[in-house]
Design a binder for this molecule. Structure first.
Ligand code: CO
Length: 427
């Protein structure tokens, strides 16, 4: 039990700022890059020749994924890597190439669901469009439409009484946001985005655009120690991992790595996703050309797959396994699954538990009920691809995949301390 009046909310407030700065995966990657740069990390392109000496702090970006590295004092084949992994994407809707839909006197923006969202939570919210524009000549720019121009209005109960038996939403017909009356003369979405980005509409040749809720992240709960925000899964773990890496004061023997992947919510199968080669390519550069260096590096390394965990629900606690009910503010959650939906095993879980002990942080445990299927994370995918010893962990939260999720600011410093301990900089 925590003692009241003893709660430091400052890191939780910083998480809220991080989420607000990250309406799309591209924005999240840019915010991570901005904070890394401010913290003394140097950006390298994947096309550069990397020559890294001990103590070098660098990062590289592929799509909306980021890998950051602080090189250790010994070769990676000798001392290995300590890796924190999280994901930059969240369930949302992606704008279609031919987005301009006109019906019933309205203009709509054609979108396609991305990931497994609780889509009903998106109704009647103040929405915008955010993401990346590809420009003629091969450059990109990030953009967000100002204000909250889009909505997904509910249907009045008077027009559909059957909603009392349960709401059914067909994404093709019912989940297309409206953004105005069809007058026939309005500027299009790309014109509005181009104006917001300060570029010429004629130079926009492609886009990765998603819907985003515009309500800023807020303090919540009786004492303000909770955080109500979009995209906590998994921006909260990106944020804690980033603060842990940036907060390091001493060099370590091993090399410290933070990887934040895009596309986790759709199975990670992409060039920048966890089933792609991004992390492997960076590890290859860190290990160097000696024939056995890569395999020795992997064998000496640990991956902490950090993705949000389910806190027990206040009115639906029967959905949790009775002996495994993580609580908000109770600290990091170690996730296990007999069928390997999580990558944790005795050794990796034990190692993580020791790191928590060293940091003075309590550990909670999560398993799904035996009669419920289990979600997954980047952990088993990365472990399968690379053979890394991996532990699946997360911070507790409620309402995962809602447009407005709920976590505790008390868990933010606990996660940061834990990840620092995992990176080997404390304890
Ligand atoms: Co997640």
């Amino acid at each position: 039990m925590r003692e009241t009046g003893d709660v430091d909310l400052s890191l939780g407030d910083d998480l809220r700022a991080f989420v607000d700065a990250s309406p799309s995966p591209g924005h999240a990657a840019a915010e991570i890059a901005r904070r890394l740069t401010a913290g003394g990390f140097r950006e390298l392109a994947e096309t550069d020749l990397w020559e890294l000496s001990p103590g070098a702090a660098v990062f590289t970006v592929r799509g909306a994924s980021v890998v950051a590295v602080r090189v250790g004092t010994e070769p990676t084949a000798e001392a290995g890597l300590r890796i924190i992994g999280a994901h930059t994407d969240s369930p949302t809707f992606k704008v279609r190439p031919r987005w301009d839909v006109r019906q019933a006197g309205y203009r709509l923006v054609g979108v396609e669901p991305y990931g497994g969202g609780l889509w009903h939570t998106w109704l009647d919210r103040d929405l915008t469009v955010a993401g990346r524009l590809a420009l003629r000549g091969g450059t990109t720019t990030l953009v967000t439409l100002p204000g909250a121009p889009l909505r997904l209005p509910s249907l009045a109960i008077h027009l559909d009484r059957s909603v009392r038996e349960g709401l059914t939403l067909d994404p093709q017909r019912h989940l297309q946001p409206v953004w105005g009356a069809d007058l026939g003369t309005e500027p299009g979405l790309l014109e509005a985005l181009s104006t917001a980005a300060g570029v010429s509409a004629g130079d926009v040749v492609g886009h990765d655009l998603v819907l985003a809720d515009t309500q800023p992240a807020a303090r919540a709960g009786a004492d303000g120690s909770w955080i109500a925000a979009p995209r906590l899964d998994d921006l909260a773990c990106c944020h804690s991992g980033l603060l842990a890496l940036l907060g390091v004061s001493a060099e370590t023997r091993h090399t410290q790595v933070l990887v934040c992947n895009d596309h986790e919510e759709v199975g990670s199968g992409s060039a920048s996703g966890a089933r792609g080669s991004f992390l492997e390519d960076v590890i290859g550069r860190l290990a160097g050309p000696e024939p056995q260096a890569f395999a020795r590096t992997i064998a000496a390394s640990k991956l902490v797959s950090a993705d949000m965990a389910h806190a027990v629900h206040p009115t639906r606690s029967e959905r949790h396994e009775p002996s495994h009910q993580p609580v908000l503010g109770g600290g990091p959650v170690l996730k296990l699954n007999a069928n390997q939906a999580y990558a944790t095993d005795a050794v990796s879980g034990g190692w993580f538990t020791e790191r928590c002990e060293a940091a003075g942080v309590p550990v909670q445990h999560f398993v799904t009920r035996a009669d419920l299927p289990c979600g997954s994370t980047i952990g088993p995918l990365t472990a399968t691809r690379l053979g890394l010893s991996t532990v699946d962990v997360g911070a507790p939260q409620l309402a995962m995949h809602s447009v407005r999720e709920l976590a505790s600011a008390e868990d933010v410093p606990l996660m940061v301390q834990t990840f620092r301990s995992c990176l080997g900089t404390t304890g």
